[in-house]
Design a protein around this ligand. Structure first.
Ligand code: HEC
Ligand code: HEC
Length: 211
């Protein structure tokens, strides 16, 4: 009853929920530490033409992989391979990978330093506000993805800095439509379900401006 009159406690409720979520996921964190960085470096040689040297991409169409949580990269590669995440290029790239190669590649990228060469654009005030504060029904992105977009390796929450606005908007729409429903997507789906196109574009512009 009290929360209906005060906006702040509502926001507090989301934060508390997220902290609970964080400690839960941190507990289950070390799941994919079975990969070999050295073997992963070999297996990832063919990926550099698109994803860049050591996973730092210079092309907005290809997401950077450097510094992404191993658990996140492994889940995405498995989903491309098994047809759960649809993308013509990546399903071809992942089709021949064994589970062990996926673990190795994920360990390799997780160990690389993420570098953002040139953040794009001037960002968005609405996007920055949503990112840091959230709103009713939309938890603050910063709570999980870090205020500067570094993500959270132990929890498996991906880094967002260095991703292009187009790619971020496409990812958010994938969660909103439910097309991306594998891995830990159940965390993103309810958040994205409530976002308008305008909010998605604003968030994407803010994220693309992070350096
Ligand atoms: C010809 C270009 C190309 C090559 C080569 C390529 N990728 Fe990709 N990769 C892409 C594109 C485009 C996307 C975005 C696909 C989408 O929208 O789902 C992507 C997405 C990914 C993602 C998901 C990233 C995220 O943030 O969710 C991972 C992981 C990935 N690639 C790993 C690899 C690995 C490992 C290899 C080498 C075995 C590889 N890629 C080779 C183009 C490429
Ligand atoms: C409670 C934690 C949490 C919050 C809050 C959260 N995210 Fe996420 N986010 C995740 C997780 C976990 C994933 C990986 C989901 C998966 O496995 O596909 C993710 C994935 C993403 C991706 C996909 C990245 C890629 O490389 O394709 C984007 C973009 C994203 N989140 C943006 C946001 C934005 C914008 C907000 C705020 C409106 C937000 N997230 C709030 C946990 C969170």
């Amino acid at each position: 009853m009290m929360t209906a009159v005060h906006p702040m406690p509502r926001r507090g409720r989301f934060t508390a929920g997220m902290l609970l979520g964080l400690s839960f996921f941190a507990g289950a964190a070390q799941a994919s530490d079975d990969g070999s960085i050295k073997a992963g470096r070999e297996a990832a040689q063919s990926c550099a033409s698109c994803h860049g040297d050591k996973g730092n991409s210079n092309n907005p169409a290809f997401p950077s992989l450097a510094g992404q949580p191993a658990k996140y990269v492994a889940a995405q590669l498995t989903a491309y391979r098994d047809g759960e995440r649809e993308n013509a290029i990546m399903s071809g790239q992942a089709s021949g990978l064994s589970d062990q190669q996926i673990e190795d590649i994920a360990a390799y990228y997780a160990a690389q330093e993420r570098k953002v060469a040139s953040p794009a654009g001037e960002g968005s005030e609405l996007g920055a506000d949503l990112y840091h504060q959230g709103r009713d029904e939309v938890a603050a992105c910063a709570a999980c993805h870090h205020s500067e977009g570094h993500g959270n390796q132990p929890a498996g929450f991906p880094a967002l800095r260095g991703l292009s606005a187009d790619y971020v908007a496409q990812s958010l729409k994938g969660y909103r439509s439910g097309d991306r429903d594998h891995g830990q997507a159940e965390i993103m789906i309810p958040l994205a379900a409530d976002l308008s196109d305008e909010e998605i574009d604003a968030l994407a512009a803010h994220i693309a401006s992070l350096d």
